[in-house]
Ligand binder design. Structure first.
Ligand SMILES: C[S@@+](CC[C@H](N)C(=O)[O-])C[C@H]1O[C@@H](n2cnc3c(N)ncnc32)[C@H](O)[C@@H]1O
Length: 213
């Protein structure tokens, strides 16, 4: 479903869809594009969380760093609904959440907006090889993110599943757009739902946009 949504403007995929389904997808994308353009009309840089789930991290982060415009995205609408309620209760004007896919978000982000920081916390591990394609971190993702990144943009990833870290490290090493960073201090502002479920087991990684590219 997600893939269909990401590639929904791909004419080949569109041909295989019912016209009314395709139409709905286009309408949703248009609405999201408009919403982002309006919200971010006067914003140059954002902090992004991909797969934000219930919004625990970004709400606490946005409260701690009120000068940053924080956007959380997740394909799970129910989780986004909860995240929105959380930000609303905290009365934060700098934290927003949208139900959309990572690649779609990058495609629809207004051109003048640059991403200063990206957080990916406890992404679905998809341990089976045939499911690797479902992981958030992919070569294309890293490259599209780099295209939208601000100077010295940082990417942070945390997972309880060490092979996901290794996978990301490999893709970063292969990519000439990002480079790994050592000794980054992690802002421990909140425990996420999946962090709690895994009893705070974690491996963390940080990367910075390669200035040479
Ligand atoms: C294991 S949960 C972790 C949620 C939260 N970060 C936490 O630590 O509690 C992974 C989340 O990533 C979301 N997700 C998976 N693929 C995504 C994508 N391509 N774009 C946006 N969100 C995605 C899922 O819907 C899910 O909510």
């Amino acid at each position: 479903m997600t893939k269909l949504f990401i590639n929904s403007t791909d004419p080949e995929l569109a041909k295989r869809m019912k016209p009314e389904v395709y139409q709905k997808i286009l309408e949703k994308r248009e609405a999201l594009k408009k919403m982002l353009a309006e919200k971010l009309a006067n914003t140059d840089t954002i902090t992004l969380e991909v797969g934000c789930g219930h919004g625990h991290f970004l709400t606490a982060y946005g409260e701690a760093f009120q000068d940053e415009t924080c956007i959380g995205i997740d394909v799970n609408r129910g989780r986004i609904y909860k995240a929105l309620r959380k930000a609303d209760r905290a009365k934060l004007g700098n934290v927003w959440f949208y139900d959309c896919d990572s690649m779609e978000f990058l495609a629809l982000l207004p051109k003048h907006v640059r991403i200063a920081k990206t957080w990916i916390l406890y992404p679905d591990p998809w341990p089976k090889k045939r499911h690797f394609k479902n992981r958030i971190v992919q070569t294309d993702f890293l490259s599209q993110l780099a295209d939208k990144a601000a100077e010295a943009s940082q990417l942070f990833l945390r997972s309880d599943y060490e092979p996901y870290l290794e996978w990301t490290q490999e893709l970063i090493d292969e990519s000439n757009r990002w480079q790994l960073e050592e000794d980054v201090i992690w802002p421990e502002v909140a425990v996420t739902v999946f962090q709690e479920l895994t009893k705070n087991k974690h491996y963390s990684l940080a990367a910075v946009l390669n200035p040479a590219k």
